[in-house]
Design a protein around this ligand. Structure first.
Ligand SMILES: *Cc1c(COP(=O)(O)O)cnc(C)c1O
Length: 383
């Protein structure tokens, strides 16, 4: 089974055809062993030595992800953050990276603190401004371009091909956080990126019950080997049960992403003209700044993430969240249940996020129920 021969939906549903070969079970087992026996001739016959590098339960989701992203190989990590950090750890002190201002908040914080302390130089550019990216290149020093699209929590769209051209010219690597689009709606490696990153905690697992991350490479090279050795030394890997649960979640990725995308579009349209709404930020809306680029770069939908800016400012936004009855007030995204978050409260001082913004992760419920819940919550402003 492969994505050359089958659609992504089929590859996902069948988990690339892996089975429990020993018992002919259609679902592979969970392999808790931390260590593997050597042969009498002192070799390791199936290449596995110790679970910090090797476990059968990592292999299936890694192979499925590599197939979906059209990359040569994938690596699972214990979180999206550990996957992202491993890419930056493969740089050397004095190396320079270019990143848009608005990206996943915790990672931006990590770059501003730990990466800086370790001598990695960074330039943050305005989102959606390709000239600023060009101008930020430091010849011979810029080694990594990192972007996220759509960018959390305002969903600006970056032009992956344009970034890739700049990276190529600078002899730098382009890495793309593809968490929000998922491998179903966008394949950055096909647009010229070298590495794709996922917080698998979100859509890939999809059930808000596993913390996981992943990287996928276009081609295995010296930097990829270095990242693999960073993972093997640090041990930022999943437990076998979590890797198995992740694979279980991934089997339904296509139905979940399709439903969330279609719900999100209905939800965005329902509130676009609402008198108590300042602005709906969703790449699927014709009124959205990055809509045309998103249409070109994403296939089959615009994802399940949107934000709503509430007229009346911060307190009004918090009041709306407080009065939701169905949509839960919680951080994170990409699960089957819808979640809302007043993002500025989480991101704190220095956030580029407007204080009237509610971020909503649209789940797979009925769109009508979600719209009804948000409509009734809006009526509570100033009461
Ligand atoms: C959640 C998230 C991350 C971090 O992933 P964890 O699995 O929570 O470590 C990175 N990027 C984006 C876009 C995310 O939503």
């Amino acid at each position: 089974m492969s994505t050359e021969k089958h659609s992504k939906e089929t590859v996902l549903a069948h988990g690339l055809g892996h089975m429990d070969e020993q018992h002919l079970g259609v679902i592979p087992g969970i392999f808790p062993s931390t260590t593997y026996e050597r042969s009498a001739d002192n070799s390791y016959p199936n290449g596995k030595i110790y679970t910090r590098d090797h476990n059968p339960n990592y292999e299936q989701p890694e192979q499925v992800l590599a197939a979906l992203e059209k990359g040569e190989e994938a690596m699972l990590f214990s979180s999206g953050m550990s996957a992202s950090i491993s890419v930056f750890m493969s740089l050397k002190p004095g190396d320079h990276a270019i990143i848009p201002k608005v990206i996943y908040w915790s990672f931006r914080n990590w770059l501003l603190t730990f990466a800086k302390d370790w001598g990695i130089e960074t330039t943050f550019v305005e989102n959606g401004n390709i000239d600023a990216v060009k101008a930020a290149v430091r010849p011979g020093k810029t080694k990594l371009l990192w972007l996220e699209t759509p960018a959390n929590p305002t969903w600006e769209i970056e032009d992956i091909s344009a970034w890739a051209n700049i990276a190529k010219e600078a002899d730098a690597v382009l890495a793309v956080d593809n968490t929000i689009a998922t491998p179903l709606l966008c394949n950055p490696l096909e647009l010229g990126a070298d590495i794709v990153m996922h917080s698998a905690t979100k859509y890939l697992n999809g059930h808000s019950d596993v913390l996981a991350g992943a990287l996928v490479c276009k081609t295995k090279n010296a930097q990829w080997d270095k990242i693999r050795s960073i993972r093997a030394s640090g041990g930022a890997v999943l437990g076998p049960f979590e890797a198995w649960l992740l694979m279980r979640g991934m089997r339904t990725l296509s139905v979940r992403v399709n439903q969330a995308s279609s719900n999100a579009l209905s939800f965005a349209r329902a509130f676009e003209q609402h008198p108590l709404v300042e602005e709906v930020l969703y790449p699927g809306l014709e009124s959205f700044k990055g809509h045309e680029l998103a249409k070109k770069q994403m296939q089959g939908g615009f994802g399940g993430m949107l934000s709503i800016r509430i007229k009346g400012g911060e307190q009004a936004a918090i009041d709306v969240a407080a009065n939701l009855q169905l949509i839960k007030r919680a951080t994170s995204l990409g699960g089957v249940e819808s979640l809302v978050e007043h993002r500025a409260s989480v991101e704190g001082e220095g956030t580029p996020c407007p204080d009237d913004l509610l971020r909503i992760s649209i789940g797979i419920e009925s769109a009508d129920d979600l719209i009804a819940d948000f409509s009734q919550a809006l009526t509570h402003i100033n009461k």
